[in-house]
Design a protein around this ligand. Structure first.
Ligand SMILES: Nc1ncnc2c1ncn2[C@@H]1O[C@H](COP(=O)(O)OP(=O)(O)OP(=O)(O)O)[C@@H](O)[C@H]1O
Ligand SMILES: [Mg+2]
Length: 358
């Protein structure tokens, strides 16, 4: 097993609280140097999963393996401090009465000189050597975060569990620290399980995303694949604003203002949702009451009347009322602010549409 086994593997992990299944048959595996993001809405069971792996809570059933060795099966358990797992949580607290050097050295074994050399190595990597003698109250939020990262990495954990570690930081600071953290984790070859409810954070950090909902992993894959081949309507909507056209299926075809969509395997009379993102709506001008001709790529154009246009910075958001009174949102890069009441023709890239049974 050794060598080929994943660094961290959880099998069929399940946790009940008061009869409710909060973590439901979750299986995951992570290799060294890989960052897996557990992504999902608030309350879906992310932190509970992490706490079982950390060894601060115990599963009702399922197994946790590290490097091909069983460390917990719900009865037998290796204590938290012997699991070789580093932790970094949102409410990470540095020890207030210790300076930066002592905080980072906290979990280290070895001689004074060995510890100091590891402390200096990590502080150099997070760019904080100049603050080695400072106390936590003298540091900014971002600096404290970096020290916490250095402290977590100092004992060279094989696995790092991070629970919303960046959520206490303001936006601009956060991007920088995320990137630095990622670089450092990769350099150390740590297997990382990062919990977040923010899709942008997961897309930015993850080699692989595990999408969690109601205690279950609903989809796993590289960020590109999850974004472009979502498992269901909620999975599309979790990553961005969406447009949904609900329609009835007939002969495996769904009728919409944008023409017919294939709905293979859907029974006659059943409802289907055609789902697409605002950035995949094309906009064309009205030519005396007519729009562009249908194409294989974009299907049939449908007429919409501008209700509202808003400038969002990198893009403009335009809301249309369609002839059937439904509302479609479109985003356009840069500035595009047509006046309310303007008739325009909308198309949607067929390869960017998802068809799901309702
Ligand atoms: N010790 C506990 N006893 C009872 N219920 C709990 C316990 N810990 C968690 N829960 C419940 O389990 C569910 C999942 O909680 P968890 O903290 O894992 O969610 P989460 O995905 O981390 O959410 P968030 O994004 O808000 O942090 C919640 O409904 C929560 O109330
Ligand atoms: Mg949580």
């Amino acid at each position: 097993m050794q060598g080929t086994a994943p660094r961290l593997e959880i099998r069929n992990l399940t946790r009940l609280f008061g009869g409710a299944c909060v973590v439901d048959d979750v299986s995951l595996s992570i290799k060294s140097g890989q960052v897996m993001c557990l992504l999902g809405p608030s309350g879906c069971g992310k932190s509970t999963t992490l706490r079982m792996i950390a060894g601060v809570d115990m599963q009702d059933s399922g197994e946790i393996w590290v490097d091909g060795t069983l460390i917990c099966d719900g009865a037998f358990t290796v204590p938290a401090e012997q699991r070789g797992i580093g932790l970094m949580f949102q409410d990470f607290a540095l020890f207030p009465h210790m300076n930066v050097a002592d905080n980072v050295a906290f979990g280290l074994k070895g001689t004074r000189a060995e510890k100091l050399s590891r402390v200096e190595e990590l502080l150099a990597k997070v760019g904080l050597m100049r603050l080695i003698d400072a106390y936590p109250h003298q540091l900014s939020g971002g600096e404290q975060q970096r020290v916490a990262l250095a402290r977590a990495l100092a004992p060279r954990p094989k696995i790092m569990l991070m629970d919303e570690p960046f959520s206490g930081l303001d936006n601009r600071l956060r991007d920088g620290i995320r990137d630095e953290t990622l670089a450092l984790l990769k350099e150390e070859g740590t297997a990382v399980l990062l919990v977040t409810h923010e899709p942008e954070e997961a897309m930015r950090m993850a080699d692989e995303i595990a999408l969690m909902r109601d205690g279950k992993i609903v989809q796993r894959g590289a960020p590109y694949n999850i974004y472009n081949s979502p498992a269901d309507l909620e999975a599309v909507g979790f990553f961005s604003d969406i447009n949904v056209i609900r329609t009835i299926c007939n002969g495996a075809l769904a009728q919409t203002p944008f023409g017919q969509f294939l709905a293979p395997g859907v029974a006659d009379g059943a409802e289907v949702d055609i789902v697409f993102r605002p950035q995949h709506v094309g906009i064309d001008f009205d030519r005396g009451g007519k729009g562009p001709l249908p194409t294989a790529r974009d299907g049939t154009a449908a007429r919409g009347v501008v209700q509202r246009s808003r400038f969002m910075g990198a893009e403009s958001l335009v809301e249309f009322e369609m002839d059937d009174q439904s509302v479609i949102h479109a985003t356009v890069p840069n500035v595009f602010l047509p006046k309310p009441g303007t008739p325009l023709w909308l198309t949607i890239r067929r390869d960017r549409c998802f068809v799901f049974p309702a």
